[in-house]
Design a protein around this ligand. Sequence first.
Ligand code: UDP
Ligand code: MG
Length: 337
Amino acid sequence: MSIAPDVITRPELGISVVIPVYNEEGNIDRLYQELTAALEDIGRDFEVVAINDGSSDRTYDMLNDLQAKDARWHIIHFRRNFGQTAAMAAGFDAARGEVIITIDADLQNDPRDIQRILDKFAEGYDIVSGWRQDRKEPLFLRRIPSMIANRLISRATGIRLHDYGCTLKAYHFDVAKGVQLYGELHRFIPALASQMGVRVAEIPVKDRARKWGSSKYGFSRTFKVILDLIAVIFLLSYFNRPLYVFGAAGILVGAVGSLLGLYLTVFKLLTENKIGDRPLLQLSVLLMVLGVQFVSTGIVADMIMRTYHESQHKAIYFIRERRRAPATRDDELEPVS
Ligand code: UDP
Ligand code: MG
């Protein structure tokens, strides 16, 4: 037995704060105090969606206690540890706020920065990302790999951010609901959302040292991030029509192979030399076969994308807003044929 995710399709209140929580018993009380104070000062209606990502410490009981005393808290307990990305995806599914804010449970982000993020958001952005300018983490193991990753992701996706890894970000309801997350893709949301044509801004936020407990990640995360980056680049550039990419490569390679073959044929016919022992012949055959393979891979990939879009009723476009006159009474009464 499992509980189906409750996916909200229309915003019902002002702000949702989504927090992935994994073995953070020492941080929860303080998080509650700081967050509640910061959100109450903002003065809009809000909810907090905390996702317990299969914690084995007292996180389970502590979150339940919070929920019992504060109805604005919504708790989702995972059956096991599914990872931060899955936790955030569950939070996005359940969130009801017009603006959805993600923040770490370990208080490395300062809840007081939410106000500033929201101010920027109000200028008309779809994503506002925190940028930890003065990071408290080790230089070689964390900051340098992260700097390289940010540069690569920015360059590859065209969405230039200094700090993809900062959890403190705000998303428009539609953006948070529209991105499909898996693997460790949460840090790439602004890049994935670039497909939707989002407006992204970045503002400096505070970075604090972890107050309790230790990071859940080690150096191995770097490799995952690199692999995710490759997947994201692929998704972004070839998503709708993989055939265009594979097909272009196939035509190019196949054409070179055919030209070489043609040259060899003419050469043989005109000069009556043997061509059977020429490496060029092998190259020509290789290129032609490769060309056919590229094109057929493209067709298969295209069919997979088609199934993907059609099976999930995914639109190939994203709408910012829609305006039209409200339905008249006559329209409503029109008989359905
Ligand atoms: N987290 C999670 N599931 C995991 C790992 C981490 O929900 O499998 C949460 C964790 O509790 C924290 C946030 O994700 O709220 C960021 O994790 P962490 O502080 O370990 O990452 P770092 O700040 O070192 O990048
Ligand atoms: Mg942390």
